[in-house]
Design a protein around this ligand. Sequence first.
Ligand SMILES: Cc1cc2nc3c(=O)[nH]c(=O)nc-3n(C[C@H](O)[C@H](O)[C@H](O)COP(=O)(O)OP(=O)(O)OC[C@H]3O[C@@H](n4cnc5c(N)ncnc54)[C@H](O)[C@@H]3O)c2cc1C
Length: 307
Amino acid sequence: MEEKLYDMIVIGGGPAGYTAALYGVRSGLSVLVLEKLSAGGQMTNTEQIDNYPGFPEGISGFELGERMQQGALRFGAENQFSEVKSVDLSGKIKIVRTRKKEFHARTVVIATGAYPRKTGVEGEDRLAGRGIAYCAACDGMFYKDKTVAVYGGGNSAVEDALLLSRICRKVYLIHRRDALRAVKVYQDALFQSSVELVWNSRVTGFLSEDRLTGVELTDTKTGEKRQLALDGLFVSIGRIPDTKLFEGQAAMDEAGYLAADETTCTNLPGVFAAGDVRTKQLRQVVTAAADGAMAAWSAEQYLAGEV
Ligand SMILES: Cc1cc2nc3c(=O)[nH]c(=O)nc-3n(C[C@H](O)[C@H](O)[C@H](O)COP(=O)(O)OP(=O)(O)OC[C@H]3O[C@@H](n4cnc5c(N)ncnc54)[C@H](O)[C@@H]3O)c2cc1C
């Protein structure tokens, strides 16, 4: 039997992937979504999403993921739970391989996301969502009028600290060096804010009961240890885009994000990058969904021979 040739294969079943699938099928394309874990992507790691429009009471990340999946399936998208192990995206017919099968498509939407870099300190996974957070824009409001710290020294860490300083009672910025990596404009804003800098310090332990109650800091110069009481710690030491599969094929920036603007077009004809996986400023559910819609539109234009 001849293998089915899909109009579009979407790799990744997060908000970007399922929105691409929804818009793709609703434009009459045949669409397959391949997801290695469960529907929803990173959203499944958060109990409550309060900043996705249309849900004034908030919604659990897991439920929002399932709803996005159902929306795409309702109009005929196919969905398989398998990890994509290799791809060949250079030809007109794109090849996508899982451990057991090879799939063919005329376009591919890469929506594999990105995940936050962890500290690697013991207890982190247990306390994630219980005082340890990775996204100030997402979880800052849970710490209104509380004492928190941001761990990191780059642009995102400074941005997070500034955002939290408008919400929280007290904000520390913990950095392992005595100078920040953030650009000057961010540093200027930080030095004028109420954020207290904790220089030359590494987080080497978590203090907790059922939630985080503080951190153990080790001075990077003297080795001296001390404790800092906190209601929350925002880890902002970078994110890792899930792009290893595409190395040597799709163009990436130095951090490994797929190079694509709002059109989601990559350097490869017929290949589109949507959501957290692409170069962009704001990585959120709403921007991932927006990218998914754009990717399907760009794919449609490509298939019509217009791009
Ligand atoms: C703890 C936490 C809380 C958050 N809270 C909020 C919030 O409140 N509001 C908000 O707007 N944003 C929040 N975010 C950010 C938001 O979840 C992301 O911006 C969004 O999920 C990105 O969507 P995406 O579709 O681009 O990628 P992802 O959600 O990362 O989805 C990518 C999917 O691709 C799959 N995948 C990867 N590689 C493969 C492969 N080889 N084969 C098959 N499948 C693959 C993954 O399993 C995953 O399901 C939060 C993130 C985290 C981690």
